[in-house]
Design a protein around this ligand. Structure first.
Ligand code: NAP
Length: 289
């Protein structure tokens, strides 16, 4: 078993929990379109166990993945959970029969989703609940106070330990922080999508984690001649460069790359340790313009 410090990036403090900056995102363990079970359930369980065996202590999920599929896999693979493991989940959307992600943020919706996550993961308290505002296309402006008041109540009731945000604007982050302590923001961000550059830096100054989703491009792998050139020069994969860049970008960035392959998981852990020079960073900065 690898020790915590052996993972690239070291650790970060999320509220009162310490997590490895190299984490794991479970979304793509569900079936196509994040609906239904995986084609290879045993393979999915093996990836989750390999992640924890490698020392990863931050796993990202949602009851909406499947729905219920990734939570059930996490429970089957890892329950009873190691004390060091932080499982982060999300509320604010459910799934419909067409595989859509309808918004569900009324107090009763959020309470139901928290309960579904508690039941699915088999725990009395959720380590971290992100309130999802916009969707995978980006944030949508709008008030966050009522939803966060519900999560603050659930926190006081002991069902939620820490609160985070997902798909939010800087204004929504500021509004949220006036209601409840926020430990992380999970938005889309990678080498090619850098709308949140300022937000990453602002959150770093305030000790709040930034957790980029689609760190490898998500359903459309990152592709760029500049990225390939840097990867070739260093003799590593483009995925390695993309992950190493995020770790070097700011100390508050936590990685949750997804994979359904133990081989890819191990490649990504090794690759994220790649050291990028000033020249590499300048070439990579040019990708987003
Ligand atoms: N808050 C939100 O709204 C939101 C939205 C989307 C995602 N998320 C979270 O963010 C996490 C990360 O996003 P993601 O998993 O969708 O995208 P990602 O991490 O950017 O990319 C995952 C994809 O990259 C492939 N991949 C990974 N390592 C590879 C390697 N070494 N070689 C070749 N291909 C490789 C995977 O395929 P293989 O399976 O073949 O390895 C998978 O298709 C999700 O798991 C989820 O927890 C949150």
């Amino acid at each position: 078993m690898t020790t915590l410090t052996a993972l690239p990036g070291g650790t970060w403090t999320l509220g009162d929990r310490t997590v490895t900056r190299f984490g794991y995102g479970a979304m793509q363990l569900a079936g196509p379109g994040v609906v239904g079970p995986p084609a290879d359930p045993d393979g999915a369980l093996a990836v989750l166990r390999a992640a924890v065996d490698a020392g990863i202590t931050h796993v990202d999920t949602s009851d909406a993945y499947g729905p219920r599929v990734t939570n059930a896999l996490i429970r089957q693979a890892l329950h009873p959970y190691p004390a060091s493991l932080v499982v982060a989940t999300k509320v604010g959307a459910t799934r419909d029969a067409q595989g859509g992600w309808p918004t569900a943020r009324r107090p009763q919706d959020l309470r139901r989703q928290v309960q579904d996550n508690l039941d699915g993961l088999g725990v009395e308290q959720l380590d971290l609940v992100n309130l999802r505002m916009g969707d995978a296309r980006g944030p949508q402006p709008g008030p966050v106070t009522e939803a966060l008041e519900t999560l603050a109540e659930l926190q006081q009731e002991g069902r939620v330990r820490h609160v985070g945000l997902s798909n939010v604007t800087a204004e929504q982050v500021a509004e949220a922080r006036s209601v409840v302590p926020v430990v992380c923001v999970q938005n889309m961000y990678n080498l090619a999508v850098r709308h949140d550059d300022d937000l990453v830096d602002d959150l770093a100054r305030d000790g709040i984690a930034y957790v980029p989703f689609f760190p490898l491009g998500g359903f459309t792998p990152l592709q760029s001649s500049a990225l390939s050139a840097v990867a070739d020069r260093l003799g590593v994969t483009t995925m390695a460069v993309a992950l190493a860049w995020l770790l070097q970008r700011s100390p508050n960035i936590l990685l949750i790359p997804g994979t359904s392959s133990v081989t890819h998981l191990r490649e990504n852990i090794a690759g994220a340790a790649t050291e990028l020079s000033e020249e590499d960073l300048a070439d990579l900065d040019a990708i987003a313009g």
